[in-house]
Ligand binder design. Sequence first.
Ligand SMILES: *Cc1c(COP(=O)(O)O)cnc(C)c1O
Length: 608
Amino acid sequence: MSGPQVAIDLGRIERNARTIVDRCALSGIKVFGVTKGTCGMPQVARAMLRGGVAGIAESRFENIRRLRDSGINAPIMLLRSPPMARIEEVVRTVDISLQSELATIRELSRIAERMGRVHDIMLMIDLGDLREGIWPNDLIPTVEQILALRGVRIAGIGTNLGCFGAIMPTQENLGQLVAHAYKTERLSGARLDWISGGASSSLTLLLEGRLPAGINNLRVGEAILQGGVETFRETPWAELEPDACRLTSDIIEVKLKPSRPIGQSGYDAFGNQPVFADDGDRLRAIANIGREDVLIEGLTPIAKGVRVLGASSDHLLLDVTDAEPPPAVGDRVAFRMSYGAMLLAMTSEYVEKAPMHDVEDFSGRKMVSISAEPAAACILAREATGARLEAMNFDVVELADIERPPSGLVRLTAGSDRRIAHKALTATARATHSFGLIWIDSIAALMPEDEDGIDLPECSVLARALGLDHKPGALQPQLSPENVVIVGLRHADPAEARVLKDSRVCAFTMTDIDAMGMRDVMHEAIRIATSGTQGFHVSYSPDVTEFAGWAAGSGGITVRETHQAMEAIALSGGLLSMDVSGLTSALEPRIATDTVNFVMSAFGKRIL
Ligand SMILES: *Cc1c(COP(=O)(O)O)cnc(C)c1O
């Protein structure tokens, strides 16, 4: 990891969502979680949904598409009126949209009607903040005209405060909202689904017990994502956790320098003429982040004694004189972000976004972390591996410095040759007290090593993992030979065959597979790998599969049989981790595609 990164703690987001949802439920209010601060990150939406929000609210189509593409089918609310050209998309992808212009609503109705649908709208009323919304005097004529349209239904009345005009939600203005809503109900003769009393800023009234009765919806972003730091300011809501999204970057210089620049003053990189106080010599650090990446004014260093001095486009200058201990070159420095800084950081392509989970939060979740060597990473990216796993409802997470990845997380490792399996197995051994191994390859990799061999040869990977070569690198006691199965064996050197016979490793050769069928072979393989273990690792080499017209492989199982094996693995529910080798830039694209498809099958992708 290098350069600026936003670490997004999904556990905190989920807990913040739950705190707010539970409190709101006491007053009969359902919460929509607003994801626009994180550009509609599907992992963030899923964390909010786990926290109990009734739906997701978003302002941008790109983000909504991202959410839908990743398989989120919860109700989605569009927070901003669409341009005319996107109206069909609104009807197709969102469940309810905020509206304030008759022309747009008419077009919505026309298109929805043509599509055979009725689109739900939330009519926005401007109560003084002077952003969107119809003026209260216009409510009755507007509602009357909408009632004549057949393609739309007024499902709610809402307002937005504290955005442009910085007008606070109060008992008075929200009381007016409820009155307008009741007026609308009388006019239409139908109950509204929603009376939506604003955003995070309305939570202060709720906590004080002054939110007018009748309001049954809030659209909450900041308080979930930032823990209400900006909503509650001086009197924080103690149960909410701040810092769910943190920005970090690398320290690239630390030096003692004067606090006042030396030489004749002119203009800085942004055309300003800065003035500096003379505080004598100070210890200064530079972090590799700048105005190109983030709103500098919105950054607050998390470590005590660190102060932001300013920034140019790529350098952030920090005073670290009072930091305990002072940072060193190579350290990472962390910042809390204002909502505005977060928005910019999330949309900057220079900033990496890393959804993470804290340890106690892993239990029972479907999560996957992916690590790959560079060439393999290119292939995984080209095949949209992460996005496809997300579409299968996995959270693709990154694990920051976690020694013991918690249960519920499946680790996927990809590399160029069989040695990647040893790395992946080592990580699995650290995370479990016992696991099995299903080795799907045409070779056993059980070759005895030379006495003085230092590097691990590919043909000895499994021998090393099982400690059969009496060298360091054995993964015992976690992995024992009786839980190891080889599937698809086609070649064994005599020396290797001897090792195999003497070990308690079970091997299914091509002959066995032909005789028993893949279904029964996998049934047996899974039984062996799971007996007395916490689950198993799958190690797959494309060499084992016979791809039409592929000369490089040596295997005998068909593409269909490979999928069958992987599907059996997914159905067993025992997969702890998986590695795939052979992903090099020289690999034919169609074989790389099939290989990633096999991975998808192992993670549970079904045809139907
Ligand atoms: C952004 C937005 C919200 C959420 O605001 P927060 O202050 O982040 O809670 C709610 N409603 C609308 C219309 C918005 O644009």
